[in-house]
Ligand binder design. Sequence first.
Ligand code: SF4
Length: 408
Amino acid sequence: MKALLLNPPGDKIYLRDYYCSKTTKSRYYYHPVDLLYLSGWLEHKGYSIEFLDAQIRMLGFDDTINKISNISPDLIYSMIGQASLDNDSRFFGILNRRFPKIPIYLSGDIFMTQPDEVIKEYFPYLKGIVKNFMFPFNNIKDNFSIPLPRHDIIHDKRYFYPFLSTNKFATVLTDYGCPFNCSFCLIGKQGYFKRNIQDVIRELKYIERLGKQAVYFSDQNFTALPERTIELCRRMKEESLIFEGVAFARLDQISEVLLDSLRRVGIKTLIFGIESFNQKIRYKTKKLRLTDQEIINRLKMVKKYGIRTAGTFILGISDDSYENWKRFLIKLPLDYISFNIFVNRNDLKPGDQSGDKELFDDKRSFELIRMQKKLNNFFYFYHGKIFFVIKNNFRFILQAIGCPAHIL
Ligand code: SF4
């Protein structure tokens, strides 16, 4: 029996994995973790695995359907997203009409909140949804182990992650979910489950054998339990599993000992969700109970260990005054920034928990997109970060302007 893992085509470049869909204007694209971790389970169940990433291969609907026809799978596992819903419902409608007998299973953020309505309205022919790609066939439990994901198949030279200097990288998860519960985020609502450390080591040994030089730890928060992260780093060091690494972390969890452990296993960049220039909003959304000065001090501490700092922010959850954002950005010792625009969903309003509903009223999206561009320009061009970025991301810039991955 043949299972096809499919990243569907799009009218834009969509990232849809790990229950968080968005578009990306830059050409960064990493391994879709839902499909990656499903690959091990499906193989474990006796399926032979085929993989088709129509997004990274820039295939349109017709080309993708033709390739699927050539593969002739017995079933298809794929992904959809709230950000790509119109596109995805059109594509899977066509796919189903063309191959009505092939069962389709889908994973996606939109099933997390209103599965029945979404299936009824957009995907009535669906065979099933994947509620947990990490543990799809049983209830997930803490300290879990999983079959080795097929990094050798879920692979493409064109995958690229901006903070890594090589495209010989793997995307790895060491846990599932998040122990925090920030009011604007779906992931915290999934619960939190640790993966057995020995099981993570087994996967890292495997990717080392495949010749991978770098790892994007795609955990929502790689330092979710700092003591565990320190133990994982200790085991990695013991096994000489040193990769150039990038990971998400929380500023309120870092410490000297944690940073030293991360540095020793090759972590070169940490990405921190700072979210708002407004301390009140940071507190109320339960994201970050730190003052501006505490944020600055902690970022300085990270840099002391030779680790680059990236900050992510959300537009649409505060008053978004350009001057306020500018004043805040200037103060922060950050090497990179990334602004996202809040997706205002009925079930997921920061105001639900903060009591500041008026702050989260719908804003016209073009205003936020304009603000996003203005702030990026301010940070990288006027604030003088552009030379740093060029120096550290030369390969990424070449790829972004169209240089083929195989010659980088
Ligand atoms: S720490 Fe990050 S992943 Fe966890 S709930 Fe908050 S925003 Fe979501």
